[in-house]
Design a protein around this ligand. Sequence first.
Ligand code: 26V
Length: 818
Amino acid sequence: MTQQLHAPTADEVEAFRETILAKLTYSIGKDPEHASDHDWFEAVALATRDRMIDQWMDRTRESYRQGKKRVYYLSLEFLIGRLLIDSLSNLGLLETARQALAGINVDFERIRLTEPDAALGNGGLGRLAACFMESMATLGIAAHGYGIRYDHGLFRQAIVDGWQHEQTETWLNFGNPWEFERPEVSYLIGFGGSVMALPAEGPGKEPRHFWHWSEGVRAIAYDTPIVGWRGASVNTLRLWRARAEADFHLERFNAGDHVGAVSEGARAESISRVLYPADSTEAGQELRLRQEYFFVAASLQDLLRRHMDQRGTLLNLPEFASIQLNDTHPAIAVAELMRLLVDVNGIAWNKAWELTVATMSYTNHTLLPEALETWSVGLMERLLPRHMQIIYLINAHHLDALRERGIHNLELLRSVSLIEESNGRRVRMGNLAFLGSHSINGVSALHTGLMRETVFTDLHSLFPNRISNKTNGITFRRWLYQSNPQLTALLVEHLGEELLDDPENMLRQLEPYAEQAQFRARFAAQRLENKQLLARIIQEQLGIEVDPSALFDVHVKRIHEYKRQLLNLLHTVALYQAIRSDPGGNWVPRVKIFAGKAAASYHTAKMIIKLTNDIARTINDDPTVRGLLKVVFLPNYNVSLAERIIPAADLSEQISTAGLEASGTSNMKFALNGALTIGTLDGANVEMSEQIGLEHMFIFGLTAQEVEARKQAGEYNAEATIFGSSRLNEALLSIRDGAFSADDPARYTALIDGLKWQDTFMVCADFEAYWHAQLEVEARWRDPNNWWRSAVLNTARTGWFSSDRTIREYAEDIWKVL
Ligand code: 26V
């Protein structure tokens, strides 16, 4: 751990130690003699939090005084991970803390590992929200994150006999030292009931509507301070917890309906019980809609109250507030803001609509049809009857306006409508988010282009200036300084400490070092250390020994057919067969490292995990392979494991079917840490190839256009492709015939037949190109000068992928706060 620019003085260390000991004694009630590692962690966390508070209050006061515009980031997911190193490092206290503990014989390395990950997200979308929170604090943007404080984050994955088992995640079991419970900040959120309309009071007036909901759930705020680099500023992540409204249920209880009262209470509190563990698969459940409305309603009431306190009118809302919708999950905010403005505050409909559109903006994160949210009109009417009316009214105004513009094409009107009429009547949340926002963005250039051409073509033709691109980024504080302190130290040694404040620009200065043998050797030696650490984790977790000098070939992310872990497995099997048929060949020793969770209900993804483990066992146990190829599946991929794996990777697998990965963000993390990418021209891989140079990546496969053309023509026939590649054919056959599943030879018949008959994700179609790209990888690896030259250039040219750059673009183009 470096990053503390100036060694702390003895007084600083002593003062911090005093605070830690005081926290241990007076907040935790433990004596140092009997304190557990977790007690120490909490004491350090509380001491750290103290240091944030002054700054937090100063900043909040300051932004009130300056009347700054605020950004509200609404997201159902914040995949934070651990906060201790992050906070200490950003406050410049890492070394102070280490020394303070060392002086009382407490092992900092051990206690930091007792912090549970805050895993309040599924994958890329949630982690992006966490990176954005940190960048907004770093750039001094007055921002609030709003979400749900789930009792249980994403499930823990256990692998039993090769199969995924989901276990309940319990991050709050020992409390959460970072947060402040704010019982006084609470709102009552209504569900169900009916709407009463009062006729207009006179000419030019609009009828008033009153929503009499039948069920109330209380939202309680929990605040976590998020500190920016060098403590620049501290923002708030405000997460809502659902509580039963005591009085409401007490009445029933007193009336004798004990069971009913308790079950209603449980029903209310179930809203913040658990994160939906699916990503990109349909949720379609009432509880999910209740979660979405619950956190949106609480957040909007909260931000309107803050605005009213300061400004006394809602008519200038867009001048002082920007609301960013992270995907469609919070899209009901469009209808809720209209309800609050029109029904509650008596603002005329058209004015309210103008304010809403000027305040909201929406980010789309996927074009996969199964992930595009729609809610049945019936469910909406039952749960949110007033919102359903508002949505109908927005739709009516929208379609009328188009007709006024002379647009009468029925097909077009049908496609841009908020209501889908084809399979039962459903509300399209994507269209609602689009219409209710002045700005809509995609997360990479390719994805944004596809948004314009596919899902939003018609809306885009009507509102041609609304869609823009904001290519994703990552926070370098976590994904370089904290996760790879040795590489950071090497960079600082050569480029100076200023690098830490401006990596976006200064990393480029590393380029000349790529030509220096001595520097490359240090870079490689540093990587070897990280690989040794990872090898130890693999040994501890799986009992498998891997050679740290082998090529570490890493594929870690959610398990999904479009991310094509299967393509990698087919390469693994083909390579295995090649080694077996020529055991004396000059093979590049490789370790294939996989990790990732499958949605519990996603059968194929779970089969892919089992197949990985079956292949791993067979290959690792085969003496003819002699360790030239090892395969490991590390269980329970999460932010903390990613921090260990990424700095130890040589090769980064980013091999999704072109057109389907909106951006990807791990691709950037790997490149920043000096791994070379094997990948398709998909998502942000495209921008990476522009920044880094195609010659320092291994790009292969069909382009998005080619994939589309094949689908359109309907000419693609996987069978012919398989016939043309004996390597592929043999790999498929051996899996299908049970070579890796002797205990159940038919286990993979359906999986493999799916590739043969459908090949929806072009796995067979891209196999040969992938195989040849992997041959190039091996050729480069055999030429260490060139490999490490490319590796250094990957680090040097990844500065643009800082989430500070991304946030600056949002701030300038969308929020207008810089
Ligand atoms: C969808 C659903 C559907 C219903 C059940 C719960 C659930 C949870 C999450 C999602 C979101 C899927 C969208 C997503 O995660 N997109 C990813 O966003 C990343 C950040 O922009 C991007 O890098 C990835 O390419 C993209 O897949």
